[in-house]
Design a protein. Sequence first.
Length: 307
Amino acid sequence: MGVRFRGWGIAVPDRIVTNEELSQTLETSDEWITERTGIRERRIGGSAKTLGVLAGQRAMDDAAVSAEEIDFLVLATTTPDRIAPATATMVAHELGMSCPAMDVNAACSGFMYAIRTAQGLLETGNKRILVIGAEHLSRWVDWSDRNMAVLLADGAGAAVLEFDPNGTDLLSFSLGADGSAADLLTCEHGGYFEMDGKEVFRRAVRFVVDSAEKALVSAGISSDDLSLVIPHQANIRIIQAATQRLGIEMDRAVVVLDRYGNTSSASIPLAFDDARANGRIKSGDYALLTGFGAGMTWASAVVRWSR
């Protein structure tokens, strides 16, 4: 039994906020932000629902499937529109669906957790799942805090997954969580995102490398076999450190955080869509999808592209 990726779609707000614009209100500069994060601009606006609807519809269009053909919707988000109901139910309604719908919150690992959940749903009787990662992080940013204001942004990415009894695009998974690190990256009710940047950096690199190595072993391949690494787009230094320890050249890593910033659960699908749109992944290629997030959570998967 297996799972195939049948369609992809993304959505980002029209509003572009550059480093130069942030430097008008914060004690920072384009050079400072770019050197430390790799981010040059980010998109701000929309909501988890509105961005999720756009990305989901585009993924369904790309897969040439209708709302009636989707059996389940899984929405990964750290920033739901409301505490209740689940944003997924509102997204499903806007897309014209009557199928089950639920939110998954694993922070920046959320999209990968949702893909893993969809895999299980497909292998137990469902035919097609729409997975969306959608975030409205800017709503929970203190724009006077230069440590967080330069990082977080809004966006969404989606994929249609389909059951295939004859083969699979998903070769392996390695997921985990360590609640003892929960206080390193938080956002309280009514508050703003706060982070212990140095400790998050240290643990993130370790978690990404460990889960990536386990996923590669489970898939029966080595890092040399990978055509691409599609990492969570948090910080260019984390991506550089993780790929170096895995023995992977940076030219095999997909990087879009310079344009989009850190979009949490939307970042991996945004990067994957960019790789596909620019012809960086071809049928038969192996790709490593890997991320980490508040919790702390982490998730890696090896994909063999078949389209």
